[in-house]
Design a protein. Sequence first.
Length: 254
Amino acid sequence: MSDTLFITGATSGFGEACARRFAEAGWKLVLTGRRAERLNALVEELSKQTEVHGLVVDVRDRKGMEDAIASLPPSFAKLRGLINNAGLAVGTDPAPKCSLDDWETMVDTNIKGLLTTTNLLLPRLIAHGRGAGIINLGSIAGNYPYPGSHVYGGSKAFVKQFSLNLRCDLQGTGVRVTNIEPGLCESEFSLVRFGGDQARYDATYAGAEPIQPQDIADTIFWVMNTPAHVNINRLELMPVSQTWAGFAIERGGK
């Protein structure tokens, strides 16, 4: 029987790349996404390679997630892996100019959505035991502050600490927990953050040779397939072109 993997936010970016990578290796997949047309097309495509079950649901919808997971067919009920990929950043303005609605959207998706999915699937992962794994998509924004990161960076710092704490609670179950922390990556994520501004998106990545979703998918595939006695706690990745900035200093200010 093939291993089964549950991926949230599978209709673009890292989630879609992971779905393709694991499908190539014959893993059975449960894929979630808000956009039915995209999700259904991906499920139809990947079903030619492996067994795939799609769930059109928003991770922010607790009742919807509860119902969707409860309705999983028996052949998809036992999971070996969970990739908590669904997440977003909205806007890049400094905090005084931000919308409280945007802040709440990031908290509801990046924190509460991840918590809902994890809580609902933990019994299934624990039932699998040794070799099971939870992969959380964090960010270098959870490690290093920068202007305009405020709630997004705070939400990813939460994901990092939650991952470490969760691993403590899962000691003895055989379930592993990893926080993947990417730097500059080229994906639809940034287009959403820039409000659909294609020119700004293009300028962000021009000449930088950023990380691609396939790079993250390959990394996650490696993490999930390390020996069952090995846990990768945190893994931070940046393109070679990216490094840390110096401290900002205001001179002559108030």
